[in-house]
Design a protein around this ligand. Structure first.
Ligand SMILES: [Zn+2]
Length: 353
């Protein structure tokens, strides 16, 4: 990220030549055992009696959720919760449209909301809300509290909060408000080059039938179909029927429509980076091409796929995906597992384990 330097994290182990297919569940487990087995056991032990709150901060579409969910799967499904503020806001419509849920929400807010706008106005604006209208921070805060109070005492990855500058200061005393007083909190900042976000959007495709999402360039299915010089992924969800996957209208613009959001996200990350007194986990999605050999194994690098048709069948070519990082230098983008190894190790250290 321009202006701040996220340190490179070494996931390459000396004298180990074993290779893993990181898209395979079984292989992935063996991979995590080899690269972070000790830390995973420490975290599991810690979670038997303790919790933590980890605020995930990264640009929109940077894969925050992917990392947290993978960590949860690997470390302890039952004691870790990943919670997306964006998803919660999207389900608010459902709450507002159901009389019963609405009453529950209003009861909670009456006890827990403190803010400058009258609660009644907020509820009215929720009812007639368009997704473009930003909800006041005080309301978001109350809603996050509601969500957390629903949970048993679990370690939490909070994704999408703080979302605005004023919410950063809320997050500083947040744990005091919700009864996590003795538990540590950690900021997890994620650096993903904008070119990576851009191509993830441009090439993403969705199955029109089952909504499974893939990426023509970065995450193909097993079968690819060719027609009139164009290539299509066929859905390989076992419960689906090999539908042709399609891009969404507007996705060809990449990051352009969300540029403003990305800029705000960058300011937020830099602000959080400059905070004192809170442990920080710094994750980077990319590694400069010149350093790759020393820091990562080649199977940890995200491949890109390209297609050609020889008149009879479609040929698929795979090679390491090379992008320009935000400084304009050539870099590779990492698969999620090595980033999660870095997360596990840094988190263990931040918790003093
Ligand atoms: Zn499908």
């Amino acid at each position: 990220m321009k202006g701040i330097e996220f340190p490179l994290f070494k996931t390459k182990l000396d004298n180990i030549t074993e290779r893993f297919d990181l898209t395979d569940v079984g292989d992935r487990e063996a991979y995590f055992e080899l690269k972070a087995g000790l830390e995973i056991r420490k975290l599991r032990e810690y979670l038997k009696e303790n919790t933590f709150i980890c605020y995930l901060m990264g640009k929109k579409n940077s894969g925050k959720g992917t990392y947290a969910k993978m960590l949860k799967e690997i470390v302890d499904k039952d004691r870790i919760e990943h919670f997306s503020v964006g998803d919660m806001i999207r389900t608010l419509d459902e709450v507002v449209n159901s009389k019963e849920k609405q009453k529950e929400l209003i009861d909670f807010l009456e006890k827990n909301y403190r803010g400058f706008l009258p609660l009644k106005d907020i509820i009215d604006s929720l009812k007639g809300r368009s997704t473009k209208v930003l909800l006041p921070s005080e309301l978001i805060l109350a809603l996050v509290k509601m969500k957390i109070s629903d949970q048993e005492k679990k370690a939490l990855f909070i994704d999408g909060f703080p979302r605005n500058l004023d919410q950063i200061s809320y997050s500083l005393f947040f744990r005091d408000l919700i009864g996590y007083r003795d538990d540590p909190d950690v900021f997890c900042l994620i650096d993903v080059p904008e070119s990576v976000i851009d191509e993830r959007i441009k090439y993403r495709v969705v199955c029109p039938k089952c909504q499974t999402s893939r990426n023509l360039k970065l995450l193909p299915t097993k079968e690819v179909e060719h027609e009139n010089g164009k290539f299509y992924l066929l859905c390989d969800n076992m419960d689906c029927s090999k539908e042709r996957m399609e891009g969404k209208e507007g996705d060809e613009l990449g990051i352009e429509p969300i540029r403003e959001r990305l800029e705000i996200d960058e300011v937020l990350i830099k602000k959080a980076f400059s905070l004192h007194g809170i442990p920080k986990v710094l994750l980077r999605n990319s590694v400069p091409v010149k350093d790759a050999k020393d820091y990562v194994d080649d199977y940890e690098i995200t491949p890109e796929f390209s297609y050609s048709y020889n008149g009879e069948k479609t040929e698929i070519e795979e090679k390491p995906w090379q992008v320009k990082d935000d400084e304009g230098s050539p870099a590779y983008s990492l698969m999620p597992p090595p980033v999660v190894v870095s997360l596990i190790k840094q988190l263990t250290e931040a918790l003093g384990l």
